[in-house]
Structures are given as structure tokens and as C-alpha cells.
Design a protein around this ligand. Sequence first.
Ligand code: NAP
Length: 476
Amino acid sequence: MNLPAQLFLDGSWRDSASGRRTTLTNPATEKSFVEIAAGDVADVNAAVESAQRAWESGWRDLAPGKREAALHAVARELREHIEEIAQLEMLQIGKPISDARDEALLGARVFEYYAGAVTRFCGQTIPVGRGGFDFTLRQPMGVVAAIVPWNFPFPIACWKAAPALAAGNCVVLKPASLSPLTALKLGELAHAAGLPPGVLQVLPGSGSAIGDALVTHPLIRKISFTGSTEIGRRIMELASRGLKRISLELGGKSPNIVFADADWRRAAGTSPMSVFANTGQDCCARSRVFVERSIYEPFVEQFVAATTKLIVGDPAKAETQLGPLVSASQRAAVEEFLADARKRNRTFACGGGRPHKTGYYLEPTVLLDVDKDDRCWREEIFGPVVCIRPFDDEAQMICDVNASPYGLSGSLWTNDLRRALRVAKAVESGVLSVNSHSSVHTEAPFGGFKQSGIGRDLGMAAMEGYTELKNVYVEM
Ligand code: NAP
């Protein structure tokens, strides 16, 4: 397999202006396997200027039907390369191959959805009081910087690039340093599908070296970021100087609430993968489980039994459910949380150790008897660790759920319709599923309350976020 190893700018491969390169390591083998060009500030300037040229010279004014056709062509190209994309994702971040295939397909599906959105995303006519004719236009912004993380590199790149392009913008995509390969492949395939040079460029490079230059570049009109709350805050501060539009998808500490009247056995059997999928490196991971006291013990027993059956190992095997963590430092950060739990004598119902000698693996870990002040209960761990606590009173439980700076996602299990609606309204989160762990739907808005972010990805809400709303009044 040919590995992309350069920047993809202005429709072609090139080295970075500085000649700098970074090495990628396969987290399952701990072996380095490729050196990738690392962009510099000069490359940021070149990419943004090329995007602006592409926007002004055609993409901005392309007939909607042609833009729709262009995005469908990208989706077709992606569908023809699903296996290659999946293999690259597995190699760079250790994602189990079956998940990597699903996510590659999701990326193609997202391009199809937004191809369809081009001719369905409309303005309004408004009967203004003084008469005349008033209507709104949804206009593209210009050049969008899309900055994405390493945990779902390909789908998140697609769900930023596709709506931004559908709305008529050009995109400079900056992948995480640990996971540039599938983003680069996306740039290459989009170009092969016929997107003109400069419309979608991919600029790998360290966030600390090029992030500020990208965010503050005067031609960047919108920054769409997914990543940590810390970097999101920095981007918001920098963007405020130029009053740039931003959308931020940030961290989470999502609850999983299980009432005694629910099909709690199904909840117990399915909940482990709601936190341990992607080895817990998921902003939606249901890492705080609230269980009504009357079913707490049997629920924990079944949760732990299901957890110990999970297959942790070689991501290349179809049956593997959990791969390694993305890097040695990510595993060390998770192990610090476990050390804190040990220091406080918390109960490890299972897990806590390293299951394999090679690779950045960690066992899925279930912690009990944790206190509300524990780091494990309060902070985003971004690894395979869950805490389960009993609750007695619904109102107090909701206070505890909402006592978090985050508000991204969550699950709620009950068969009482009125309770489901009441609690779903009361939980402070942008996304919530009832009797399910499904958080992300191509067609529905995705994003967070509070410090989990601003703005929404996916659905038609994302199209809104990549356009300016103009009102036109015509005197008659
Ligand atoms: P991160 O460190 O914030 O990095 C995210 C992206 O920002 C990477 O491309 C990174 O580049 C870049 N970056 C770093 N410093 C920057 C700067 N000063 N200016 C501009 N960009 C900069 O986050 P991560 O560790 O990759 O991802 C984990 C976090 O993402 C978790 O908190 C998780 O909850 C969150 N997340 C949220 C969602 C959501 O939808 N809400 C989805 C997935 C992940 P480098 O890699 O080169 O540093």
C-alpha cells in the first residue's frame, strides 16, 4: 500500500517549505513506519491563498447542481477506496479494522448526504410589515479551516469538509499529528473525483507550530475545530480578535443513567461498548454510570461480565473490539487516573492492567465505590475506564449528572415515557439517547452544551454553520 507522506496542497503532493518531517508509530506494534511532511507557517499561507483563489475563481459561484455532482463524485471515489482508508486508519491509530471500515463508509455517506443538501438548503421569503419583497440568502463564507483530532480522524474530517464544501466554501484541513494519513487520502481522492485544485487541501503539521497562523490568517473566515477543551478555548480567544466564526466540538464526561424500570439487563450488556469502544478514546464515552440502587448489584455484575468478554488485541483481526490506545503518552495519562483510584482504595471490579507486552494496550477497567470528588468521576479520561455509582433519588441524580463542566452526550434507560421525556429535558447535553447508546447520526445535529462546545456538526445545522445569513429587501 502506498502511504501518503507529503502535504496535499493546490491539487498536488509537496514537501513542507521547511523540509521538516514527523514520524508515525503504529500503536499496536510500537514500530515507526513512515515519515510525513510537517507543514510550517509558509505552508499555511500558501494553502490559504490557494483556497481563496479557488473560491473566487469558481467554487463560490458554481451552479448548485454542479456542486452536488462534484460531492457525489467524491463519495463514489471514497466508496471505491473503503478498504484502503480503513487500513490506513488502523495503521496510524490502532483502530480495530471492522470499526475502521464502518467509519470509512460513514465518511462516504456524509458526502452523499451533503451532496443532496446543496439543493435543499434554502433561504426564506418573509412578509415584512411595510410590504415589498423580502428574502434571505445563505451565502458561503470563503475559506474554512477544519482542525480535527486523532480519535475519529476520517469521519470527523468528512463531516467538516463535506458541509463546508456543499455550502460553497473552500477548506484547509489540518489533521492531528498522530493521524494525517486518512485526511491526506481524502484530499487525494477528492481531487481525483474532480474537485478543482485548492478547494480541499490537507495540511499536516503540529498544532503548536501552525495552529495560531492558521486560526489568525486574515483570509480564514471560519474555524471548525474538534479536539480538547483546552485548545478549543485558545482558538476561541484567537478567533475573537478577528470576530471569526467558530464551531467547537470539545471534551465530554457523558452519563449513562439506568432506572430500575428499564430493560436494565440489555443496558448492562450493551453499556460496556458505550464507554470502551475506540478504547475509550471517544468524546461521547459514557464514562459515568448512574444506576438506581435497587438494581445496582445485579447491573454491576452483568456489566463486569460483559466487559471481561471484550476482545482486546490485534486491530487487524475482524473479531477485535478494542485496539491499543493511540500512543504511549495517552496510555500513561490514563494510567495516572488509575493510580489515583488505587491511592484512594477504589474497587477495581475488573481491568487496570496491561493485557499485552507489545502495543499501547490497556484492559477495560470498571471502578466502583468512587467518590464524586474523584478525578476519575469528574475528569475526561479518554481511555477505557468507567465509574459506576448507585443513586436513590431522580432529582438528586440529575443534579449530579449536571454537576460537570461538560455536556456533550449521554444515555438514559427507562420504560416510563414520562420519566424519559422529563429526564431527557433536564440533562444538560447536546445529544442524548433513550434506551440506546447511539449518539451520532449523519442527518441530526451533533455538539455540546457548556464546555463541550459551540455550534453543531452534521445535519442541516452544520450547513447553517458554514454560511452567512443575508437579508435582501426589495422596495416594490
Ligand atoms: P487536541 O490536542 O485538542 O488536538 C486536536 C487538534 O487540534 C489536532 O489537530 C491538534 O494538532 C490541533 N491543535 C493542537 N494545538 C493547536 C493549536 N494551538 N491551534 C490549533 N490547533 C491545534 O485534542 P486531541 O488530543 O487530538 O483529541 C482529544 C480531544 O478531542 C478530547 O478532549 C475529546 O473529547 C475531543 N473530541 C471531541 C469530539 C466532539 O465531537 N466533541 C470528537 C472527538 C474528540 P496536533 O495533533 O498537531 O497537536
